[in-house]
Every structure is written in structure tokens, then in C-alpha cells.
Design a protein. Structure first.
Lengths: 414, 254, 424
């Protein structure tokens, strides 16, 4: 057996050109597979990240009625102060970041003009920044701080109301007790985040501000959780158990998957589209491998005949060729993996920038689109194994066929 | 629309009913006394009138005129039917805490609830919610007498009303109450922050069956430039028997 | 040596080594097939997105009241198109004179509320002229139960509602629903409709919140007898939307006190669709280039292998006196013949797959377990077109013919003795 391996290895090094051509084909295929998969995966996950990072967190704790109607931001079914405090302790005990939030439907207007509807969220800036990433998307002015009296608006809102930083916006809303409230708030910051729902509809003030003006009395309409590693389930289970043990039976949890089922469906569909692409790439890579391997074996029927004439057993001849194919696959896969990793590193850090395509169109806010890559070790491994396996499988049939020939025929074979 | 119209609007109601309180002058003048009188004056058995609303939305829209017939009994039952061409056939029915509506092309009545209640009624500066308030002001506000001032040629008390209950639409009102007739001639409505939201001014008061009755009222949205609703009542009939069956869903869906 | 001879020689070589020929042709066929299918698939996906977006969202160009945009969130019905003297048809007549405009469809998009046991459900309605709509946006073909609505007449108040909406509120065609809205005159619109049909676009936004009524019913429901919210303009060529909009606007400026503006699809919804299209095109282009690249690689690889494998043969014929250019010609002819066969096979197979799937569709949601959204329908129909077939065929022949030159030129330069010893 050792001899066969050595022979196979010698064959590989002896026919350098052939080895290179074949393995390059495999390598390019594998690299492309890895890179495109990483890009499509990023695109598929982007909407989920936007949902989690800007709109929802990993899951929320809220009342049952609120969970059913969250899209309306009802203020008549909220978490009262004592429960809010208990839930925050639960969050601490489970190692999650949490942020109590209260969303108010409000009419926003500027200079006594007509009002447009938005949802204003009362947040604790410090806690919220640990759960959401609005803070990383400030384009003008500042994020809120604890005692800020101002309002954080979106670039979209800035454009829609024709307001700018430092100017005053009038917010008309109802307090917890349905009392009319109107506040004149200074725009202290403008954000521009990639989640269109947040960008179009949501504005932010501090909880302190809301506490003083909207009769919050320590309540929150939802408490958003972010788990440290991004995985819901273990933290969610713990939170559920703790909610039950503290007799907070009126409260329930809602995960981003439950909330964003429509949203997720979108990315599921997109994923379906991506799968077809990946499948096509797989097929073409396979064709490339099949072709080169088959060809390189047919080409060497004479060589096989010679080996057999010299007394090598048929099985060993097959083994030798299979090992050689495996070696080719391995070389190709290693090169492909290396190239794929390089492309992925570039894609993860730099990305493909489509911004210049929109340069001529001024929409007044975020127009840049950069496509990044995402690491997908599973796919890398799969592609790697695929490269080797495919070469091996493909070499079995023709080498078996070749050893079935009469030795004399195979030596004469053209 | 509501109150006056049908007593639908609470605000108006207070105004509407202004009345005859002549004997009251004899009583000691306390803020509570003034408010109670204003409240008490709004008690009538029934009212019937033809109403007109002229709705102005600044330069944004051309003024709209809406006319209607209204019947109300007590403070909790009211029925209005619009008669102007654009809204002919639209009917509202207030039954206690519920507000029902039926349009000309609908086969059944719909109840207005939830967020819809906060919306403007027929584009006016009154919300549906305004019309649903049945309670007396004295039960919800602590009045304070802060001075007096003339509105036109009428001497008025200035009453400052601060909410004493939590669940309330306007946390603070300032009222100018006619010293002789105890009719609120002007009411300002404030947000919790103290920002002025709306202002109601009575432009004409008539004496009907010995009661002082505001028949022309202007309601202004102070947050929207040029937005106000002029509310006028004609052919007002007070305290005559009303057929109870008017106030039924059946009548609405007829 | 005459070309004719080389040609015959090439043929002989091809038929002599059938296995090798088959293998090369197979590689080319597979590559061409994938390119062909891929092109059909992405074009289909793209058309699907375009149809969905252009149907109700953007048209090619939208003509609206200038002020409407500022308050679009509120869907203000009073900021509408009312014509110049009598009604919106005056604006349609004006538009029809402009070159490049194929259809002008009057529509009104409006918000309505359905009172569902005390819960207020927000819906979006479209009032349409179904006769005008048909060639562009055949709602009729999307009806899965019942039939299209009839025009309004006293007592006939019909509506078509989305499939998911119907399921959610538990109604079927023939049932009645009552909707509330705010009329263009700020009054209360309240109408009971008979559901004449249920529509399914396979897009959740459409099927969940949209309903459709005839313009004649909207005249009563919304008090818009002579007004509509928008004129959806469809062009001969959607890529001309910006210049055509410009022309429309120039035409508008000649009118006194013109309240209207033409708005090309690229700029609508803050360019979100434009961005989506550009991003989508670019992404698919990149993937497509990748696949073409791979396909090229497979073809080049096969061709090169063949030539290296035949070094000895090249040496022999060179030793026999065949000149370099003739050798290159020989290999070139061989390659063209093989690639033509391969490309043809690939085009036929790829075309057949595309044709089949363009009829049945590919349920991409099924691949992953369900779902849809505004832009993507669940089922993608690859586009079958002769242009794609031709394109794929030429691609295959061209690539393999061109890339035979590299190794063939090299082989032709080699010393016969060396070649005969076998480099490879």
C-alpha cells in the first residue's frame, strides 16, 4: 500500500502541468463557491440583523395583549414599574442586556405645520445602546444621554418634515392616561440606520424625559433583550422560567423570529433564490472536476496497461489512480480554500461597494449599499470535502473500466 | 359637532347649556360655585337643531361647509344626520359610551372605537372623543378663580381648571364665564406641558325658552395655522318631547 | 496545405477519438447549459420583481399632485388630480400626446378601515378602471375565486380582496364587508361591498392588505367623481422614464397654474426600488460573471488537456512536414466543430429546462420552507427566449474556439523531436 501511495504521489509531481491545470480548475470552482456563498449568506442575514439590531433585539418581554398588537403600540397594556424592575433583574441574572422601551404614537410637526405620524420611543440611552445599534448610526449631532431633553430623529424624518438639527419639533401625543400632551423638543441628533422601518417611523427621546412628561410612572411597554452570543434559546428559556417563578404570569415573551415572521419569510425566499445559484455553481464545479479527471485517466490508459503488464495487480492500479485523484482534489481544494478565505477576508472587511451606482441620485439619506461577506465555515468545509470527494468518485469508474481492458489493448489504446 | 350638535361635544355642551342662573347671583361667588352653575346650566331634557360647520384648514384646503340635523336627549343620547350634498346620508348615533356611525352606502352601522376615536370628526377641529365625554366638569377639575376680564362687552370670571382625576383628555382648561349668564364664552384647552392646543370662543348667544344658548362657536386648533371650525346652530328647539326610537341602531340602519 | 484538407483531417480526428470528443463536448455542453439556464433564471427573477413593483407601486412614471408627496404617509385624498377644468381625463388627453407613452391608467390609492369585532384593521385600497388596466396589469388573471368586480351601479357595490386578508377575516367571495374611510371632502366614507372575487399575487403585502374596487365605486365611496390620486403611466421603454417625465413636466409647465408633476419610478419611494434594482442587477452580474468564468475554465481546461495529451501527435505531424499555422488551424477547426456540437447540445438541454420551468415555475419558497414579500413572489418563472439561447450558443463556441489558440500556438512552436518525446 505504501508503494502505491508513493507511486501516486510521484505521478502527481512528475506531471506537474497536468496536476496544475486540473487542480486550478478545482481550486477556482471551490473558491468561487466559498466566496459567493459568503456573500449570499450575508445578504440573506442582513435583514435579520437589521431587525435585531435596530428594531427588536433578540426577544422582548411584554404583556400578552401587547404582544398581539405590537404593531399598534398600545399604551393600555404595559408593564408597570414593579414588574419592569423585576424583569430587569431577571435580565441581569441571565446575563442578557436589556432595555425598557415605551413607544408612543405621535403627530410630529414643525413650525405649526401639518403633522405627520411617527412612533416615538422613550429609551434609556445607556441601556438601549447595549441592545440596539442606533448609536452607531448617528450622522449629525449626538446620541441621547441620560438627561438629554432633546429628540433623536431619523434622516428620513429630517427630510420629510424639512427640519434640521438644532431646530424644534412639536410632538403631540397622549400620555399613559390618554391625556393630551404637546412638547416642543430640540432636535439634538440625527441617525440614519439601514432598517427602513426604524428610519421611516421611529424617533427617540429619553425615558427621563418621558417620565417627566408622559406620566410613564416607571412603566415600559416592552423590555428588549439582547443575548451575549446572539443565540436566543438558552436565555429565552431561562427568562421564561424566571418569569414563571416570580409569578409574572401576565408577561410573555416574543422572539424576533415570531415578530418578524413576515420579514423572515422574505429572507427565506431570497435564500431559496440563492440556493439555486449555489446549486448551479456546484454543478459547474462538478462538471469541471469530472471532466478533467476523466480525461486525465483516459489519457493514461496506456500507462495503466504498462503497469499491469509489469505485474501490478488491477486493484492496486485502481487504488493508485484513486489516490492520485484524491491528491489532485486535495491540492485543488487547499488552493481553493486558501483563495476562498482570501476573498472572504476581503469581502468581510472591505466588501463590494455599489454606492457609486447611486451617486447621481440624491435621496437625502442613506443610499450607499455595500455588499459584505459572511464567514460560513460549514460551507468552506463542505466545499473542501466536495472537491476531494468529487475527484475520487469521478476517477473510480474510468479506472475500473480501464483495468477491464486486455493489457495488449490498453497498451495500444490511443 | 358632537357636543353641541347633539350634546355630542362635551365642550360645547358646557357652553350650550349655559343658562339661566339668574338667581345664582345671590349666592356667594366661589370657583366651585361658578363651575357648578356652568355645569348645571347644561342640563336640558332635549334639544333639536339644524347645525352648520364651516371647516377651515388654513391655506392647505378650501373651507368646507357641512350641514346636519341633530337631536339629543339628556347628555348621553344624540343623533345627527348630515344633509350637505357631499355627506348626505351620513349618520352618527351616540348611545352612552358608544358612538355608532353609518354612511349612505353602508348596509350596517359601525362602532367607532380605539384609535379611530382620537381622529377628527368629519375633518373638523373636534375629535370623536370630544363628543364622548359625559361627565360634569366639576367632577373632573379643581377650579380656581384667577381674575376677571371682559369678552366683548360682557364681564367674565376667569376660571383655571386643573384636572383632579388622572384619566382625562385635557389636563388644564381656562374658562371665561359670563358673570351674569354663567355661560363660558371662551375656553382654552391645554396639553399637560402647558402648551395651548385648542381655543373655543362663543361668538353669539341667543335666549331660548329663557335659557342662554350659544349658537355660534369657533373652535380653533392652535397647533395648526389657520385651522378652525365655525359651528352654528339654527332653529333650536329646547325641551320638547323626543321620540325615543330615534336613538336606536335600528333607526341608524334604516 | 489547403484548408479543405485540414478541415477533413480535423473531422477525421474528431470521429476517430470518439471518447475524447464526447468528453470535450460534454464539458462545453454542461457549461453552456448552465449559462443558458442561469440567464433564463435571473431574467425571470428580475422580471418577476419588476412586474410586482411596476404593477401598483411605481408604474413607469406616475403623475400626481405636487403636494401629495409631502403628505404621502397620510394618503390625503384631497391632493388629487382633478384636471384643469372638468376632470382628470383632461390630463390623460394631455399625456397621450407625448411620445413614448403607451398607457395612462387613472388610479386612486387610499386607506380604509375594517372594523373587525372592535379591532380596527388598516387596509389599502386601489380604485381602478379595469378595462384600461387589463393590458398592463391584469388583476383579472390574479383572481383565484369568484370573478372580477362589476362597475358600480345602485345596489352593485363590488370589491376584490387579497387572499390572505380574506382568510384572516374569514370571508369568501359572495360575502359582504363594510369599510370606513375618509372621503376627499373630509367626510366619512362608509360602504358595504359584496366580495366578487379573491385575488392572489403571491406577495404578502398585496394579498394581506390590498383590496380593489372600480373607480365608479370610489366616486361614491371617496366622493371622487372627477378626481383620481394618480395617473400611472406605462412607456414603450421603461428605461426612458426619466426623459419622458421631463417631457411631461415641460408639457405641464405650459399649463396655467399647474398642480401636477410626473415622477419616474427611479425616484419614487426615495429610490428604494431603483436601489434594489441596481443592487440586484449588480449582484446577479457578479454571480453570472463568476459562473461564466467557471464555465470558461472548464472549457479551457478540457481544450488544453486535449492538446497537451496530443503533443506526440503534434510532433509527428510536424515531423511529417506540417507547418505551424496549419497545426493551429487543425486544432482550431477541431475545437470549433466540437464546441459547436457541445454548445448546441447544451443550448438544447438548457433551453428545454428553461422552457419547462418557465411554464411550471420554480417555487423558491418551497426550497426553504415558505414565505414571500413585497418584491419576491414565491414562484419564479425563468424566462425562455431565443435571445438567451443564441447568446449561450455563441458564448460556448466563442470561448472554446478562442481558448484553443493558446495551447495550439504553443504546441505549433515546439520542436517536433521534443514534442514526440512527450512533454506531458
Amino acid at each position: 500500500m505504501k508503494n502505491i501511495v508513493i507511486l501516486a504521489f510521484k505521478n502527481l509531481t512528475r506531471h506537474k502541468k497536468r496536476t496544475i491545470i486540473t487542480s486550478i480548475a478545482i481550486a477556482f470552482g471551490i473558491a468561487l463557491l466559498i466566496w459567493m456563498d459568503g456573500m449570499l449568506k450575508w445578504a440573506d442575514n442582513e435583514s435579520k440583523r437589521n431587525l435585531k439590531n435596530y428594531e427588536f433585539g433578540n426577544f422582548i418581554v411584554c404583556t400578552k395583549e401587547y404582544a398581539d398588537d405590537r404593531k399598534d403600540f398600545p399604551l393600555d397594556s404595559v408593564i408597570e414599574k414593579p414588574e419592569v424592575e423585576k424583569v430587569l433583574i431577571i435580565a441581569e441574572n441571565t446575563g442578557c442586556f436589556s432595555s425598557p422601551r415605551t413607544g408612543f404614537r405621535s403627530m410630529m410637526s414643525y413650525k405649526r405645520g401639518f403633522g405627520l405620524p411617527y412612533v416615538v420611543f422613550a429609551i434609556d440611552p445607556e441601556l438601549d445602546a447595549k441592545v440596539f445599534k442606533i448609536k452607531d448610526n448617528i450622522i449629525q449631532g449626538n446620541y441621547l444621554d441620560k438627561n438629554s431633553e432633546g429628540i433623536l430623529i431619523s434622516a428620513y424624518c429630517k427630510k420629510e418634515l424639512g427640519i434640521d438639527i438644532g431646530e424644534y419639533i412639536i410632538m403631540e401625543t397622549r400620555t399613559k392616561y390618554n391625556t393630551m400632551q404637546a412638547l416642543r423638543l430640540k432636535v439634538t441628533g440625527i441617525f440614519d440606520c439601514p432598517n427602513p422601518i426604524v428610519n421611516k417611523n421611529q424617533l427617540f427621546i429619553t425615558r427621563t424625559m418621558a417620565e417627566n412628561n408622559l406620566q410613564l410612572e416607571g412603566m415600559a411597554s416592552e423590555i428588549a433583550f439582547r443575548t451575549e452570543n446572539g443565540d436566543n434559546q438558552p436565555a429565552l428559556n431561562k427568562v421564561k422560567t424566571l418569569l414563571a417563578s416570580k409569578k409574572l404570569t401576565l408577561l410573555t415573551t416574543q422572539t424576533w423570529q415570531e415578530y418578524g415572521s413576515d420579514y423572515l419569510a422574505i429572507s427565506q425566499t431570497k435564500k431559496g433564490g440563492s440556493k439555486i445559484m449555489i446549486f448551479l455553481i456546484f454543478v459547474i464545479v462538478a462538471v469541471g472536476i469530472i471532466n478533467t479527471m476523466t480525461m486525465s485517466i483516459f489519457e493514461r490508459v496506456r500507462e495503466m496497461g504498462m503497469l499491469r503488464a509489469l505485474g501490478m495487480r488491477d486493484n492496486d492500479v485502481i487504488k493508485c489512480f484513486i489516490i492520485e485523484a484524491a491528491g489532485l482534489g486535495l491540492i485543488g481544494s487547499v488552493m481553493g480554500l486558501f483563495l476562498g478565505v482570501c476573498l472572504t477576508i476581503y469581502g468581510v472587511n472591505v466588501g463590494l461597494d455599489f454606492t457609486s451606482s447611486f451617486k447621481d441620485m440624491d435621496f437625502g439619506y442613506r443610499t450607499g449599499t455595500i455588499f459584505y461577506n459572511e464567514w460560513n465555515p460549514g460551507m468552506m468545509l463542505a466545499a473542501f470535502i466536495f472537491g476531494i470527494l468529487c475527484s475520487v468518485l469521478v476517477s473510480i469508474l474510468p479506472s475500473k473500466k480501464a483495468v477491464k481492458m486486455e493489457i495488449t489493448d490498453s497498451i495500444r489504446y490511443l | 359637532m358632537k357636543k353641541q350638535i347633539t350634546a355630542l361635544m362635551k365642550t360645547l355642551t358646557a357652553t350650550l347649556m349655559a343658562t339661566f342662573l339668574i338667581s345664582a347671583q345671590a349666592l356667594a361667588i366661589t370657583p366651585e360655585g361658578i363651575l357648578s352653575k356652568a355645569d348645571d346650566n347644561s342640563i336640558y331634557q332635549s334639544i333639536k337643531y339644524i347645525g352648520t360647520m364651516t371647516i377651515n384648514k388654513g391655506t392647505r384646503k378650501k373651507p368646507r361647509i357641512k350641514t346636519f340635523n341633530a337631536i339629543a336627549r339628556g347628555n348621553d343620547k344624540a343623533y345627527i344626520e348630515f344633509t350637505n350634498p357631499g355627506d348626505r346620508g351620513t349618520k352618527y348615533l351616540k348611545l352612552g359610551d358608544e358612538l355608532w356611525v353609518k354612511g349612505a352606502y353602508a348596509e350596517r352601522a359601525d362602532k367607532i372605537s380605539g384609535h379611530k376615536l382620537r381622529e377628527s370628526m368629519m375633518g373638523s377641529d373636534y375629535s370623536y372623543e370630544d363628543s364622548m365625554d359625559n361627565e360634569k366638569l366639576i367632577d373632573k377639575y379643581n377650579p380656581a378663580l384667577t381674575g376677571s376680564e371682559n369678552i366683548g362687552n360682557k364681564e367674565c370670571y376667569i376660571l383655571e381648571l386643573n384636572a383632579k382625576v388622572k384619566k382625562i383628555t385635557y389636563s388644564r382648561l381656562i374658562m371665561w364665564v359670563d358673570k351674569e349668564q354663567f355661560v363660558p364664552l371662551k375656553i382654552q384647552y391645554f396639553a399637560l406641558s402647558g402648551m395651548l392646543l385648542k381655543e373655543m370662543v362663543v361668538q353669539e348667544v341667543k335666549t331660548i325658552k329663557g335659557k342662554y344658548f350659544p349658537v355660534k362657536v369657533k373652535m380653533e386648533d392652535k397647533q395648526r395655522e389657520g385651522s378652525y371650525t365655525l359651528f352654528e346652530m339654527e332653529s333650536v328647539v329646547l325641551d320638547e318631547p323626543v321620540n325615543e326610537s330615534v336613538f336606536s341602531k335600528k333607526n341608524l340602519e334604516k | 496545405m489547403k484548408s479543405g484538407y485540414i478541415y477533413r483531417m480535423a473531422f477525421r480526428n474528431i470521429s476517430r477519438n470518439k471518447k475524447r470528443t464526447a468528453l470535450s463536448a460534454f464539458a462545453i455542453a454542461m457549461a453552456v447549459m448552465i449559462v443558458c439556464f442561469m440567464k433564463s433564471y435571473t431574467t425571470g427573477l428580475f422580471n418577476n420583481v419588476k412586474n410586482n413593483v411596476f404593477s401598483f407601486e411605481t408604474a413607469h412614471v406616475k403623475v400626481i399632485n405636487k403636494d401629495y408627496l409631502k403628505e404621502e404617509k397620510l394618503m390625503p385624498l384631497d391632493l388629487n388630480i382633478y384636471g384643469y377644468e372638468n376632470n382628470y381625463n383632461e390630463v390623460i388627453d394631455l399625456l397621450k400626446k407625448i411620445e413614448g407613452i403607451k398607457y395612462v391608467l387613472p388610479r386612486t390609492k387610499f386607506g380604509a378601515i375594517l372594523n373587525l369585532n372592535g379591532k380596527m384593521k388598516n387596509l389599502v385600497g386601489f380604485a381602478l378602471d379595469q378595462k384600461l388596466e387589463y393590458p398592463v396589469n391584469p388583476l383579472k388573471d390574479k383572481i383565484i375565486a369568484g370573478r372580477m368586480f362589476n362597475e358600480y351601479s345602485p345596489g352593485v357595490q363590488e370589491i376584490v380582496i387579497g387572499e390572505i386578508l380574506a382568510r384572516e377575516i374569514g370571508v369568501k367571495s359572495g360575502d359582504k364587508i363594510t369599510l370606513m374611510t375618509k372621503t376627499a371632502e373630509d367626510g366619512l366614507g362608509h360602504m358595504t361591498f359584496k366580495i366578487s372575487g379573491i385575488s392572489s399575487y403571491g406577495i404578502s403585502e398585496f394579498d394581506k392588505t390590498y383590496f380593489y374596487i372600480p373607480l365608479s365605486a370610489a366616486a361614491k365611496f371617496l366622493k371622487m367623481e372627477n378626481e383620481v390620486i394618480e395617473l400611472a403611466v406605462y412607456l414603450d421603454n421603461m428605461h426612458r422614464s426619466i426623459p419622458v417625465s421631463k417631457k411631461i413636466n415641460e408639457q405641464f409647465y405650459t399649463q396655467q397654474a399647474n398642480p401636477y408633476i410626473a415622477y419616474p419610478w427611479e425616484y419614487q419611494k426615495d429610490g428604494q426600488y431603483y436601489k434594489m434594482f441596481v443592487t440586484l442587477t449588480k449582484t446577479y452580474d457578479i454571480i453570472f460573471i463568476g459562473i461564466i468564468f467557471l464555465a470558461c475554465l472548464v472549457i479551457i481546461n478540457t481544450t488544453m488537456m486535449v492538446i497537451y495529451e496530443r503533443m506526440k501527435e503534434i510532433g509527428t505531424i510536424a515531423a511529417l512536414g506540417m507547418r505551424g499555422t496549419a497545426i493551429i488551424k487543425l486544432f482550431f477547426y477541431e475545437s470549433v466543430i466540437i464546441s459547436a456540437m457541445g454548445s448546441f447540445t447544451g443550448t438544447v438541454i438548457g433551453g428545454a429546462i428553461s422552457l419547462y420551468l418557465s411554464i411550471t415555475g420554480i417555487n423558491i419558497a418551497k426550497l426553504t420552507g415558505g414565505g414571500m414579500n413585497l418584491q419576491f413572489s414565491e414562484i419564479v418563472y425563468p424566462r425562455f427566449g431565443l435571445d438567451i439561447l443564441l447568446y449561450s450558443f455563441i458564448f460556448g463556441v466563442l470561448i472554446s474556439s478562442v481558448c484553443v489558440f493558446i495551447p495550439a500556438t504553443k504546441a505549433a512552436k515546439i520542436e517536433p523531436a521534443e514534442a514526440m518525446r512527450g512533454i506531458l
